[in-house]
Design a protein around this ligand. Sequence first.
Ligand SMILES: NC(=O)c1ccc[n+]([C@@H]2O[C@H](COP(=O)([O-])OP(=O)(O)OC[C@H]3O[C@@H](n4cnc5c(N)ncnc54)[C@H](OP(=O)(O)O)[C@@H]3O)[C@@H](O)[C@H]2O)c1
Length: 289
Amino acid sequence: MGERLVLSGKVAIVTGANTGIGLEIARGLAMHRARVVLACRSRERGQAALEELSADTCSDRLELELVDTSLTRSIREFAARVRARHARLDVLVNNAGVWRERREETAEGVELTFATNVLGYFTVTRELLPLLEATPHARIVNVASKMARRPRLDDLEHATRAYSGVDAYSESKGANRLLTWELDRRLDGKRVYANAVHPGMVASEITRADPQTGLLRRMSGPFFRVFGRSTRDGADTALWAATSADCEMSRGNFLERRKIARCKLRDERLERELWEACEARVAAIVAAT
Ligand SMILES: NC(=O)c1ccc[n+]([C@@H]2O[C@H](COP(=O)([O-])OP(=O)(O)OC[C@H]3O[C@@H](n4cnc5c(N)ncnc54)[C@H](OP(=O)(O)O)[C@@H]3O)[C@@H](O)[C@H]2O)c1
């Protein structure tokens, strides 16, 4: 099982904490006595999660903060509130993610899967880095996936090719890993430890139907429900990365079932160029708003 750290007095943030894997990660962190900030986009769903977790864990250290992680502006406002309210951040779990069957753009004009799964993780992390760096041995856990491909730098937002939900999702999850490796390089010498995790194939709401749901997605819901792991099992490795003493000094690793897994996507040049492309995209969004 491995020793777990007690997180009393420590602060953790989980994005997309109102359902699925994120809800279970937040539950586990609350059980370890952390102060847990549930970072959710819906007040109603976030409040329901907070009430469920406080009843189940008897924790009075749960907070709800609203954020739409597909929007740079919303993330910056959220991070400013967090920085004003907390002097430390011990654990950041970037988890909020989507899989869309048709190409959509956010109000900031960014393709939605890229905006949420890639720029969302990137911007939440960057905006909260001052707090993480001010906290000894802070950990960043990026919920990635084995369903991952190298992103195409010449078309990160799937604008110049026929849109495919599988491609957009897989490339976004590949980007999660590449950006974790680049972040780890940039954190070198600092006491902040970033890892990416694969939760397994999990029966969550990620396969929920949307009006444009295609055949593959309609079939994937029942398939995941029969063959997928529970959301609690899916949260296990992320929670382990966030709390285990075994994992304390792990950094820049791809973790699956509490072990280091090989990441075939490692490519220092692509990692750096992707980071720079994200920086430039966020700067353009900020300049336009
Ligand atoms: N399920 C799997 O088999 C699997 C496998 C590998 C990796 N993953 C990864 O695990 C993570 C969690 O997925 P899940 O399976 O638990 O999916 P889920 O049940 O659909 O939960 C996704 C969570 O993200 C939130 N979210 C989505 N867009 C958001 C936004 N713009 N702002 C704020 N929150 C937002 C959702 O909030 P709402 O309820 O408001 O929509 C929800 O809380 C994702 O990063 C996913 O890629 C999942």
